[in-house]
Design a protein around this ligand. Structure first.
Ligand code: F6R
Length: 369
């Protein structure tokens, strides 16, 4: 049942193009409209939304962080993202026109269940994004958008994460289309690009051998840092989480701009720093800033691994290794930039002799608060 792979996680990483395609299927019309009729929120409901809260845990929270960049840009609706376990024990400002999006692969994460109950008491509408039909979170929500990742067996989330991103993009683009917005042309262009994403993920998978090789050389690093800006920041957090949970190594993700405010002191001779670069074609200023951040860490001895877009000629002189991913609109880039980080974490864990499907101390679904 592992389909020839040593671990379910490797099989699930390989299934990502299909998972992304399955999650898009039937939700895009020929005319470039996103149809989410199954979601049971009327267009009027969606026009009435004046604030969005995304609540989730772990990897699903990282999907929510990416969603914030996309949703605020496309819809101009204020969007906050919060760890479910924090949201639940404070006094967030919500009312009937707040849309709370609860993201959960299993649909059974107790922290997220408690957060959604907390939101419902305050009359907010709750939309679940879940991979599990009929699980508690979709059942208790007003509306649900299912991801179609298929069963995820490995404890570490991979294909579910990519499909959570897709679901968040669909929600953001649909909201933008229903409400009519400033960036209509850009929204149309992104919608057109969505259908190309499965094959782009496939292209990344095809070039992972050098990443595995790199992974084998990083097994003894005392600590690995991940940095990114914009949507590359949550990708950095996700890369660090995968490495912590699978390889039991110290790993941390940072917003690249924050480094100089403290964390740069961690960099020592040979410290691996994995840098997630934005497209140089999109937000050029972000790209320039990332190059400066890379120069700063390298000047302090970091071993720089860059995840960059094909055709990015500026990065190579500043990096020890570059992994090139296909050209993608900036906001969709996490669908391709995350994949090498998953492969890297799995390979480092295997090099260190760990069972990547069953990391110590972890369960697939966390049903206690
Ligand atoms: C990490 C991982 C966890 C889950 C988190 C939420 O690889 O799998 O961080 O993402 O426990 O789980 P769900 O999405 O089932 O609510």
């Amino acid at each position: 049942e592992k389909g020839g792979y040593d671990y379910f996680m490797l099989k699930e990483i390989a299934e990502q193009p299909k998972a992304v395609a399955d999650t898009l299927r039937g939700r895009l019309t020929e005319a470039g409209e996103i149809t989410l009729d199954e979601v049971r929120l009327s267009d009027q409901d969606l026009r009435d939304v004046d604030k969005i809260f995304i609540v989730a845990c772990g990897t699903a929270y990282h999907a929510g962080l990416v969603a914030k960049y996309a949703i605020e840009h496309w819809t101009r609706i204020p969007c906050e993202v919060e760890l479910a376990s924090e949201f639940r024990y404070r006094d967030p400002v919500l009312d009937r026109s707040t849309l709370v999006v609860a993201i959960s692969q299993s649909g059974e994460t107790m922290d997220t269940i408690m957060a959604l109950r907390h939101a419902k008491v305050q009359k907010a509408r709750v939309l679940a994004i879940s991979n599990t039909n009929g699980s508690t979170i979709p059942r208790e929500s007003d509306a649900v958008l299912y991801t179609h990742a298929g069963p995820e067996v490995a404890v570490a989330s991979t294909k579910a994460f990519l499909t959570q991103l897709v679901a968040c993009y669909l929600v953001g683009l649909h909201l933008a289309q229903v409400r009519g917005i400033k960036y209509a042309d850009e929204v149309a262009a992104v919608v057109a690009q969505l259908t190309a994403m499965p094959s782009k993920v496939d292209e990344v998978l095809a070039i992972m051998e050098p990443v595995r090789e790199l992974g084998r050389s990083l097994g003894s690093a005392p600590s690995v840092l991940f940095i990114g800006r914009h949507v590359g920041y949550p990708v950095a957090l996700e890369g660090a989480l995968k490495l912590k949970e699978l390889a039991y190594m110290h790993a941390e993700g940072f917003a690249a701009g924050e480094l100089k405010h403290g964390p740069i002191a961690l960099i020592d001779n040979g410290t691996p720093v994995i840098c997630v670069l934005p497209s140089p074609r999109g937000r050029a200023v972000l790209h320039d800033k990332m190059i400066s951040n890379i120069q700063e860490v390298r000047a302090r001895g970091a071993r720089v691994v860059a995840i960059a877009e094909e055709g990015d000629t500026a990065v190579a002189p500043h990096a020890d290794h570059v992994v090139y991913v296909p050209r993608t609109p900036t906001l969709l880039a996490p669908l391709v930039t995350t994949v090498p980080l998953q492969v890297l974490a799995a390979e480092i864990a295997t090099t260190r002799g760990h069972d990547v499907d069953q990391p110590r101390n972890l369960a697939k679904s966390v049903t206690v608060e």
